[in-house]
Design a protein around this ligand. Structure first.
Ligand code: PLP
Length: 456
């Protein structure tokens, strides 16, 4: 095939990978999660009230490849393998000699990569005899994905949706309800935590930390119910490696290998999914790929945070994790890329950044949405506000290649489409979109757990 003719690289159903890649097999000295009370490494028993055994096993597993169950593969096949596209339109627009590719994860009903982990999580819970799952959702993508997965496996699904999004994004709410989920505006009166919070703050618009606390309380209080998380944890990152494993097969098919791999990073799940298989090659000395996490300047945990043990949630119910963090009390401004507003980062992504294996860059809202609009015009897909961070990063790298007069091969993960988020583009078009970068961050003033001996 003439290279000029490769617009998209497709895999057949048979070529879809049948195992996820567990990077924990290839990394040493990963700091354990700690119990916030005892400061001892968290045990499987401590996680059992909210997660099924297989998920707990995966979270701590050292096995390099973990088979994707047939039932999960069946659902993956309804929307995977996803295509690897060559961004000719964008290359032309930039006048760059770089070859730009993107892996499109928005081609399922929920519009994002999150379904890749929602499906196995629902499956393993069903297999463990669980009848009902709870979760939180901010912008709504994760709640949508879990609703759809629960519907497929006949599980009930209760979503605590941050109140401000509940009111701003009625279509996301309706989406979840269409798949049979219960959706409550959080803080809600369904939980004790929610009722207490509302009593003190009747006008609260909610935030993810509150919604997590409600969803966890709900799950802990019922034996038929578990909790599911859409990012940050290692098992979620591992489920997403289907993205990078497919991408590698697709590059093999056209006899190429990328010089630069890019994905946006909020909690780190689509970044992990895209990057970890390339990190594996890099650690084995097979390639010297640059791997870049693109984060929001409103919540720059990698580029402006500290690498330390911190709480993963506002209610301090969840394990303490060693990660890049801005402090569990950090309140990012309300940018449209709701999925990039987490104060911390997946612990493995954090370690790889600390060890210099991967890079990170932060981008502000105006720059990224403008890049998103340029991408839409060049390529015909309106990207999710989160994904525009990866696009902006790829465009900058392509322009650098132009300046230097070298042809680089760049691939980024287009984690989702923006069809539920048109109000972000509406604001950009109306000229009312503002940057809301994080204020100057003093690393010495980031609030960390005040526990003696923790940070040694
Ligand atoms: C949730 C979301 C993100 C951010 O989450 P990660 O876990 O960092 O991947 C990015 N893009 C889209 C489209 C999302 O829905």
């Amino acid at each position: 095939m003439k290279e000029e003719l490769i617009r998209k690289v497709q895999l057949t159903d048979k070529e879809m990978p049948t195992a996820w890649y567990n990077i924990q097999a290839d990394l040493k000295d990963l700091p354990p999660y700690l119990n916030p009370q005892t400061l001892k490494p968290v045990t499987a028993e401590e996680l059992a009230p909210i997660f099924p055994p297989e998920i707990i096993k995966q979270e701590m597993s050292k096995e390099r490849y973990i088979d994707i169950p047939d039932e999960v593969q069946d659902i993956y096949h309804t929307y995977r393998p996803s295509n690897l596209h060559r961004a000719y339109g964008l290359e032309r627009m930039l006048g760059t000699p770089a070859k730009i590719f993107y892996k499109y994860e928005g081609n399922n009903a929920t519009g994002s990569h999150k379904l890749n982990s929602a499906v196995p999580q629902a499956y393993y819970n069903k297999a463990a005899g669980i009848k009902r799952l709870t979760t939180e959702t901010g912008a709504g993508q994760w709640g949508s994905a879990l609703s759809m997965a629960c519907c497929h496996f006949g599980l009930e699904c209760q979503v605590y949706m941050v109140k401000v999004s509940y009111n701003q994004k009625p279509m996301r709410r309706t989406f979840m309800q269409t798949f049979g989920a219960g959706v409550a505006a959080s803080p809600s009166n369904l939980t004790r935590f929610g009722r207490d919070y509302l009593a003190k703050n009747p006008d609260s618009n909610g935030n993810l930390g509150i919604a997590i606390s409600e969803a966890v309380e709900d799950a802990v209080s019922r034996s038929d119910t578990n909790y599911a998380l859409g990012s940050v944890l290692n098992h979620v990152a591992m489920h997403q490696t289907i993205i990078g494993l497919e991408t590698q097969k697709q590059f093999e098919k056209i006899d190429m290998y990328p010089d630069i791999v890019i994905a946006c990073a909020g909690g780190g799940s689509n970044f992990s999914g895209m990057a970890f298989p390339f990190v594996r090659d890099k650690l084995q000395g097979k390639a010297d790929t640059r791997i870049i996490a693109a984060e929001s300047a409103a919540c720059p945990s990698l580029t402006k945070g500290v690498y330390a043990y911190d709480y993963s949630d506002v209610g301090h119910m969840c394990p303490i994790t060693k990660m890049y963090t801005l402090g569990a009390n950090f309140m990012p401004s309300g940018v449209h890329a709701g999925g990039l507003r987490y104060h911390g980062m997946n612990p493995i992504v954090s370690k790889l950044y600390h060890d210099g294996v991967i890079e990170a860059a932060a981008y502000s809202q105006l720059d990224t949405l403008k890049a998103g609009m340029a991408f839409a015009q060049a390529e015909g897909i309106i990207p999710a506000p989160e994904s525009t961070h990866a696009i902006k990063c790829a465009m900058d790298e392509a322009l650098k290649a132009k300046e230097e007069g070298v042809s680089k091969t760049i691939v980024f993960c287009l984690s989702g489409n923006g069809y539920f988020d048109m109000y972000a583009y509406e604001a950009l078009l109306a000229g009312s979109l503002k940057d809301s970068n994080a204020p100057e961050i003093d690393k010495n003033k980031i609030s960390l757990p005040k526990i003696a001996g923790l940070q040694e």
